[in-house]
Write a protein that binds this ligand. Sequence first.
Ligand code: NAP
Length: 542
Amino acid sequence: MSSSHSTGGRLDLIVVGAGFSGMYMLHQAKCSGLSVKCFEAGSDVGGTWYWNRYPGARVDIESLEYSYSFSEELQQEWNWTERYAGQPELLKYSQHVADRFNLREDISFDTRIVSAIFDEETLCWVVRTNRNETFTTQFCVFATGLLSAPIEPNFDGLTEFKGEQYLTSRWPHDEVDFSGKRVGIIGTGSSGIQAIPRIAQTAEHLTVFQRTPAYTVPLRNCSSQTKLHQEVKNNYAALRSAEANSFAGFTLVNSQVEPVPTQSALEVPPDERLREYETRWQSGGLCFYYTYTDILTSESANETLGEFIRSKTRERIRDPEVAEKLVPTDYHILTRRLSADTDYCETYNRENVTLVDLREKPIDGFYENGISVGGQMIDLDVIIFATGFDVMTGAMDRIDIRGRGNQSLKKRWETGHTSYLGMMTEGFPNLLWMNGPGSPFYNPLLQAEYQGQWISRLISTLKTNGKKCIEPLLESEAAWVKLNDDIGAMTLFPKSNNYYMGDNIPGKPRRILFYFGGFPSYREQCESAAVDYSGFRVFGGV
Ligand code: NAP
């Protein structure tokens, strides 16, 4: 018999995950006086920044923006040392927040939630950990991350390989020494693109195995610009307000807050458009998302940017044959996440770096001493997998979550994820999630703050009204899913193969995972839903 240990008392709230979303939810719940407990699989806070310790890991939204806004004191006292913080600094920031707001006392580390089952008699969730403890809670918030469930490598013969193996998203805490080693890396998404230039600096030889080339732009990281930092700090509210009114929650271009785009790419003269792209190229980072109103909806508008970036990529690489392999030609720019790099393309100008195009020569298999591609053996001492994640749904799918009628969430989502407002789904009362399926494509920290506040309000409204349970009506959810699908269909995302549509996971239903209507319209709908909660079924209690 299993020796399950129960806590006895019922909690108001369990938060799963102590990354940026979970930490904020926990803070909110504590401020609201709820009895709350948070569980974290890692040994510390930080989520993404706890796990992804690979060389070169760094944020690609400016740190002034990729940071909490909820505490003016925190904003004022924290000083970023770089324009885009590296993983160690982001982890330190998470730790600082955890300490400053006394979050650790309510977090159980090294504890993974394995199941959450709704008990229809008590109208509570029974949550079980990998330590075989059970906890009972009225509300459950999954802050399990959108890019946190790694795709485990599954290649023929992988167990034969005798060298070292690493997954970028499960990187060891001790430094990995590549000197004198022949290293191979599979995957050229944002993780691979950050790791490749750094590993090339110390490895004897680096072989990059590329299946799909990425559109990538220079990040232009630099040490913290004190003047800009001071200016922002003098009026942080102005920056936060611009972010809140922007599509995706990052707004700085050349240190200036960029206004919301108003023009089509096709209605500006080509030389003016080129100047605009060049300004953004020089600014660095992800600011291309905002260039023109139709950049993600019109193939012709999108192509103007695609061609600009392709020509820039060609200029960065000396060998024209290698350059052509690195230039994406068969999908629209921004329909796969834009990467922002530091010397990525230039790394292929190094003597000790080789690009293997898996579209020309696929992997035949893994062997004791390396990888065979197109019948040719490549000897390796180390293989790194930067092969991505089961995006948005993966982390929750890996937990046995059962709602009313013992229905499984994973089973429900087998035919396509469902949600209302990207936070809840019908049949799973009092179960919510943050930065998960159906949530907007938006700065994740600011989104965590908005969703955390929205969830707190929902809980307190329910309590004030003496009610126990809330879940979306089927028709509210159906309308939200349709809205997401309709917006998705207006964009170019369905026209390419990308993780936004679930394409990187074999068998995952093709449905756009993010709300692409922009944050302001998302917030408007969430606010309107919270006026009287008429889109929900409220039950239990008086
Ligand atoms: P990703 O973008 O999904 O890239 C995975 C890469 O692995 C792709 O190049 C993919 O090729 C390749 N791959 C997967 N399975 C393969 C196989 N069986 N054989 C050969 N190649 C294979 O994952 P990621 O790079 O970890 O990035 C995920 C997201 O995390 C990013 O889009 C971004 O949102 C976030 N991120 C951000 C930063 C940052 O700068 N702040 C850094 C890292 C990650 P195919 O495309 O052909 O499938």
